[in-house]
Design a protein around this ligand. Sequence first.
Ligand code: GLP
Length: 260
Amino acid sequence: MEIIIQPDSQQASQVAARIVARTVREKPHAVIGLATGNTPLQLYRILVEMHREQGLDFSGVTCFNLDEYLGLPQAHPSSYHSYMWAHLFSLINVAKERIHIPDGLAQDIPASCRKYEQAIRSAGGIDVQVLGIGTNGHIGFNEPSSSLQSRTRIKTLTDETRRSNAAGFGSEAAVPTHVITMGLGTIMESRLCLLLAFGKKKARAVAQTVEGPVTAMVPGSVLQMHPRAILVLDREAASELKMAEYYSWVYEHKPGWQKY
Ligand code: GLP
């Protein structure tokens, strides 16, 4: 795992944006996996700026989102469809037919999940998967106890996650109980996993993910088994890492050709 600690979330998002932008420049038909939540908002803002000011071209890019709430129509203001169109898709030149988000209204859920996995494979696999992390260590919506080899499927949210996500719905009771999410096995097949975490409330999940045992009880910890996982953190999210100084030293002394 590569741990990059930045003074604040803005600078951390700049690093993440450079990594995504480099992938898109080097591979115009790149496949990008996308996350929702508060964490990637600054990253998306910077990518939009790069598109407008530097001509970063998304016309050949294919996108796959990690997850979606079950039972919400796409147009629901709290659906991840609405989020992605508001914060990214309507602001860059990505082609509509290359945008993929799990279908929250799928009738045959297993078939819809199989189709999603097949679409990822047909696109050539994900080059960079952007990830956030839940306070309980979930990635995507893979809650604690998720199989480390799981594929895209229906999951039941924990109360902790429904509480964390209540803001967008007005109350915890209004948060859907079920979701469709890429599995941990699906995420692990991405060529690069780029996890962002900001703020004190993520410090414990980050420490368990990086320095704890690999366990289904902390789904993010599966990234320890990934050959290319980069975690970009602000100081607060890194505050419970025992080896924080070492990670910072490594990043500051990277040879020029390895820098982002
Ligand atoms: C949500 C999403 C995750 C996200 C996480 C953290 O439930 N399904 O993809 O990474 O929770 O959200 P936030 O960035 O708002 O803290």
